[in-house]
Design a binder for this molecule. Structure first.
Ligand SMILES: Cc1ncc(COP(=O)(O)O)c(C=O)c1O
Length: 274
């Protein structure tokens, strides 16, 4: 194996063998990946890789979304796909395939994974082509799908609830909060800050002292007089889960368990009192 200085230079065969050796223990949770660069699906984690020249990698010019396989079925895939397409439009990304083809690729990758319970994440990117900033250099936009087992929520989250803290990390400006782009640095900092304080997650607060959202989920509260109160969606991501919660909660209003559902600015002081 030739060396340059103290660093190895691999042949194609050696590099392929190295990719196989580099598969870590946690890759048992990675079940299948579709890559438009490969033009198909792989189930060997060694080949679940991206080209470094993809603008998603070096510029963050990409959007994504996550759905779930629950009991062998893709739950609310269409709602998640619609949000991906809205995000793609906001990020001015070209689609590499028609929406119907993208949907079919997601379904095919889920089927190839042979999983009945899993996370389904997919990314649309400006694509590979160089290391500049403007996407004009990209040869084609790219699409990736990953079927994986997410770390399960601890049992105590369901029995005792989760502990959240308000975050000092600046909230994203409304436009960037509403597009689900791959720029999740603020979101990662929110959860890290929360863990440092012994909490499970943190909540973005806007400059007016209103509740925004958590690092990767929406936040609502039920007030003492039984009003389910959620912030408006003008400055945060429109979560598919909470949309469904708001829909189902109508039944609780009809049954008299809730007095009302309110979607309006939610002051932190109000939420703390819930
Ligand atoms: C910032 C942010 N807010 C809210 C959500 C909740 O969205 P959903 O319910 O569609 O998963 C997510 C998760 O995707 C998120 O990343």
């Amino acid at each position: 194996m030739p060396m340059v200085g103290s660093t190895s230079v691999f042949t194609t065969a050696e590099a392929s063998a190295r990719l196989q050796q580099a598969v870590h223990a946690k890759a048992v949770n990675f079940h299948a990946m579709y890559s438009s660069v490969l033009g198909g699906i792989v189930t060997d984690p060694a080949f679940m890789v991206l080209p470094l020249d993809d603008h998603m990698v070096h510029r963050g010019h990409a959007v994504f979304d996550t759905a779930m396989i629950v009991n062998g079925k893709l739950y609310q895939l269409d709602a998640h796909l619609e949000r991906l397409l809205r995000s793609a439009e906001m990020a001015r990304l070209q689609l590499p395939h028609t929406p119907e083809q993208l949907r079919q690729i997601i379904i095919d990758t889920a089927a190839a994974s042979r999983q009945r319970e899993a996370s389904v994440r997919y990314w649309l990117s400006a694509g590979p082509g160089g290391f500049g900033l403007a996407p004009g250099e990209c040869v084609s936009s790219s699409f990736y799908v990953m079927i994986f087992r997410a770390q399960p929520e601890p049992e105590r989250s369901y029995t005792e609830g989760v502990k959240v803290v308000t975050s000092t990390v600046p909230i994203k400006p409304p436009f960037f909060a509403r597009v689900k782009s791959t720029n999740y640095l603020p979101n990662a900092l929110v959860i890290m800050e929360a863990k440092n304080h012994g909490a499970d997650n943190g909540i973005f607060i806007d400059h007016r002292g209103m509740v925004g959202e958590s690092s990767n989920m929406n936040v609502a509260c039920v007030t003492h007089n039984r009003v389910l109160w959620h912030p408006t969606f003008d400055t945060i991501l429109t979560g598919i889960t909470v949309q469904r919660v708001l829909q189902l909660a109508q039944r609780l209003v009809e049954q008299g368990d809730l007095r009302a559902i309110k979607v309006a600015d939610l002051p932190v002081a109000e939420a703390r009192g819930c």
